[in-house]
Write a protein that binds this ligand. Structure first.
Ligand code: H2U
Ligand code: ZN
Length: 344
């Protein structure tokens, strides 16, 4: 077995298959004309204040609905004042006409402040404080998973990704349905289990660790790879090395190791173009419903939009909107760049 991909995958246009979603991405390596010079940029100096009197997430401040935030010390969680879902959303009447279907959607939205410090990012926080953030995610899964089928933890970081406020925070949306993306992953992981009697992402991580070429970071319990089927230039997948269906299944040592690997990944991202790297990230794991969920494997997706510099982003337009995703820079080159970028 060869350790690296066939040479033609670095030279000729081809489509790669995403086994998690069943979708394809068009890769056009012949268009990536700019070789990387190995330059590592220094992060831009930031002069943000530790406390912003106008920030609706800082301790002691008033939020839009008039509530006052407590003087919290580490993590602070509240129900979103502008929720996209309501827990008493009775539609009255569902619609089932084939061309006009509408179903009730019940749920809740929360905001998690990672730190009382307005000026920090997750990348800049201490590992012990990132561990508290992970623990807060686990607590939300346990609490909301009692009521709702799907709990989506996600973070939009940076103005480019539409984050409304630099104060370090993420969101949790819980819904009594399986949304589109987890629905595809449910189907494909289940089919893989039936066909191979093993776990898709567990097989995947062990094969990636053998091949090495797309591995960005490997630790005792976790690995970060640029997936073979990545769409965004520096997209990554954070994967446990043991079978872990849901975040609440993580052991203590795995939680600590995750805090370490997240910090390393985020510091690499920040060093890549010398900017606090914008991204949307989020977690996928087994839904909270009865039945066998053992085909599921916990993982995080990082989707950063930047392509070449702090300001040049990839656009998902035209062919992407109308046909399928396309990229020039190969996932292998992106992984090598991230791997070689120092994490500190
Ligand atoms: P984003 O930065 O990812 O947009 O998250 C901020 C969330 O905070 C956003 O969903 C909520 C917005 O609805 N919010 C409040 O709940 N209360 C406020 O006072 C302002 C913003
Ligand atoms: Zn703040």
């Amino acid at each position: 077995m060869t350790k690296s991909s066939a040479a033609s995958l670095f030279e000729r246009p081809h489509r790669r298959y995403n086994p998690l979603t069943g979708e394809y991405v068009l890769v056009s390596p012949q268009r990536a004309t700019r070789p990387w010079q190995g330059k590592v940029e220094e992060p831009a100096l930031q002069s943000r204040e530790k406390y912003d009197p106008n920030c609706y997430l800082c301790p002691g401040n008033l939020r839009a609905n008039g509530d006052q935030n407590p003087n919290y010390n580490d993590i602070y969680i509240f129900t979103n004042d502008f929720p996209a879902l309501l827990d008493d959303a009775r539609l009255g009447e569902e619609q089932s006409a084939p061309l006009f279907q509408a179903n009730q959607a019940r749920g809740t939205n929360k905001v998690i402040c990672f730190s009382p410090r307005h000026d920090l990012t997750l990348a800049e926080m201490e590992v012990a404080d990132i561990e508290k953030v992970i623990q807060s995610w686990i607590d939300q899964y346990l609490e909301l998973g009692e009521v709702y089928q799907w709990v989506q933890v996600f973070q939009n970081h940076g103005e480019m990704m539409g984050a409304s406020n630099p104060h370090p925070h993420c969101q949790v949306w819980a819904i009594d349905a399986l949304p589109n993306e987890p629905c595809k992953e449910e189907q494909h992981q289940k089919e893989y289990r039936q066909a191979h009697d093993s776990t898709l992402l567990l097989d995947y991580v062990s094969q990636e660790l053998d091949k090495e070429e797309r591995v960005v970071i490997e630790q005792d319990h976790w690995a970060v790879v640029v997936p073979f089927w990545a769409i965004w230039p520096f997209e990554t997948l954070v994967l446990p090395k043991r079978h872990v269906p849901q975040m609440p299944d993580l052991r203590e040592a795995e939680i600590w190791d995750l805090a370490v690997i997240l910090k390393k990944l985020l510091m690499k991202y920040d060093r890549l173009f010398g900017v606090s790297f914008p991204y949307s990230m989020g977690w996928h794991g087994a839904p909270f419903k009865d039945g066998d969920n053992s085909h599921w494997q916990l993982h995080a997706h990082f989707y950063p939009p930047l392509l070449r510099s702090a300001t040049v982003k990839k656009f998902m337009v035209g062919y992407e909107m109308l046909a399928e995703a396309q990229r020039d820079l190969t996932p292998e080159l992106a992984a090598q760049r991230l791997k070689r970028t120092p994490a500190g």
